[in-house]
Design a binder for this molecule. Structure first.
Ligand code: FES
Length: 122
């Protein structure tokens, strides 16, 4: 038992490094035109970052229907629409009118950079 405890105390969680700096810079503000969605990688996970006016939103990039790339979808009325079968998701809440939901992530803008953090509680 003591051996097991000694072993587990030396193991590091895959996000241990990230937990000390949870926000990751994903680009400059000007990398996004208003109304544009782009795919970025944060903590090795594909995310879609959407710019609406001067606000930025980050959501899971993989559509829960059949895995379509949300970063390739159109942005309209605060929603990103999957290019494969048109499911739309509110970028602020992750909710779709059809009852499905995708995960949203915290974002912030500092020093002209867009930052994405951990899961946002909506
Ligand atoms: S894969 Fe996105 S709507 Fe079908």
């Amino acid at each position: 038992m003591l051996l097991l405890l000694a072993y587990t105390s030396t193991m590091s969680h895959p996000f241990a490094e990230a937990s000390s700096a949870p926000f990751v810079s994903v680009g400059r503000i000007d990398d996004w035109a208003p109304g544009q969605a782009r795919e970025v990688k944060v903590h090795k996970k594909p995310m879609t970052v959407v710019r609406i006016a001067d606000a930025f939103f980050a959501v899971n990039s993989i559509c829960p229907h059949m895995g379509g790339p949300l970063s390739c979808g159109a942005v309209r009325d605060g929603h990103v629409t999957c290019p494969w079968h048109d499911w739309a998701f509110d970028v602020k809440t992750g909710k779709s009118p059809n009852g499905h939901q995708i995960t949203c992530y915290e974002t912030k803008v500092e020093d002209g950079q867009v930052w994405v953090g951990w899961v946002k509680q909506v």
